[in-house]
Design a protein around this ligand. Structure first.
Ligand code: PMV
Length: 353
């Protein structure tokens, strides 16, 4: 038997949405109820590193496996299986067209993944994780797939993962097709288009989130009336305003849309029955601190946004670092346990893009 081990390694960055994905119109294919837009963070600060390998010498009965941060991790979930299936089908098509190619599609897959940030901290690790997993296997299989096609596969692992296949400012277009073929990510602008953009992550709590994004979305779609208003009017407006703000490098507009969209998303969560609360008292203190910083500056220098957990992400421009990071540290330093850890671990408090 062929003993050779085939291998490929890649990294994928974390992204943080400024117009949020919240709601699935097709839970099986991860098709969203609305388009979304995110900023991809610097790989130096937050990324997943994944190696994919396969070999005919790997025992078939062990099947496919994943080791995440040194611990065996389950790959039997429908989302991971969908990614494996899509990638194997593309490889099998190449092998059918060219019989001289090794039959990698039939070999067990082994994946080894490491995050350079605390996985449990609720820092959108699934986005970087699935993006890296899909690209590592696509590289291993030498697929001629574009980032857009890979985004379509990563989307089936975790919706937000489709945006981590691109750097800079990235839109995920919801699409219309029932099979999801037009629900892919695309770059709106490269990071160099607005190079002084910064993101600060405030780790309010490293505890795992209470309500998963999947069940939170399902409950919101099923029970919130406000949600219907959000997808019909609020998000389309925010997407258009956000793309214009990015095009024009208009930070005040970027910030206002970011904060309004985060508020709108959390309002739909509070409007479900029973209500879902992702933010806590420290999250709300961070919102008030940002309002005070902006009032004191006499212009909008900082924007907050929150995902499905209490941690805050603050966007600001490099030139306002002192006013934003200095003040937040002064006001919230004692309440944010993760702050000291992040600095000690060498994660700079200011995460450059
Ligand atoms: O990709 P998921 O299923 O973990 O959902 C992510 C949802 C939010 O982070 C709240 C918003 C977003 O667009 O990333």
């Amino acid at each position: 038997a062929e003993r050779r081990v085939y291998r490929a390694t890649t990294t994928a960055p974390v992204n943080i949405a400024v117009v949020k994905y919240w709601g699935k119109r097709d839970p099986k294919l991860n098709l969203p109820t609305n388009s979304s837009l995110s900023v991809t963070l610097s790989q130096a600060d937050l990324r997943t590193l994944t190696t994919a390998s396969c070999s005919a010498s790997y025992p078939a009965e062990e099947g496919d496996s994943l080791v995440l941060n040194g611990e065996p991790s389950d790959v039997s979930g429908a989302r991971t299986q969908a990614c494996f299936r899509e990638l194997r089908a593309r490889r099998a098509a190449l092998e059918a067209a060219d019989p001289s190619l090794p039959k990698l599609s039939t070999m067990p897959l082994r994946l080894v993944s490491e995050n350079n940030f605390p996985t449990a901290a609720g820092l959108a690790s699934s986005a970087a994780g699935f993006a890296a997993l899909v690209r590592a296997i696509a590289d291993l299989y030498e697929l001629p797939a574009s980032p857009s096609e890979l985004s379509l596969i990563a989307r089936q692992g975790s919706g937000s993962a489709c945006r981590s296949l691109f750097g800079g400012y990235v839109a995920w277009r919801m699409g219309e097709a029932a099979d999801g073929s037009d629900s892919t990510a695309e770059q709106v602008a490269d990071a160099s288009h607005w190079p002084d953009m910064r993101a600060l992550i405030l780790v309010v709590s490293a505890a795992k989130k209470g309500v998963s994004s999947t069940s939170g979305m399902q409950q919101t779609v099923a029970t919130s009336g406000l949600f219907r208003e959000r997808i019909a009017r609020v998000v389309p407006q925010n997407m258009a305003a956000m793309e214009k703000a990015i095009r024009e490098r208009d930070f005040a507009s970027f910030a206002e849309v970011t904060m309004r969209d985060s508020n709108s998303f959390h309002a739909t969560c509070a409007d479900t029955y029973p209500p879902i609360f992702y933010m806590n008292d420290v999250s709300r203190a961070a919102i008030r601190a940002v309002e005070q910083i902006n009032a004191a500056a006499g212009r909008t220098v900082a924007a907050y946004t929150f995902d499905a957990g209490p941690n805050a992400v603050i966007y600001y421009l490099e030139k306002d670092t002192e006013a934003v990071v200095g003040t937040l540290y002064h006001v919230l330093g004692g309440d944010i346990s993760g702050w000291k850890d992040a600095v000690v671990k060498g994660l700079k408090p200011s995460l450059s893009l």
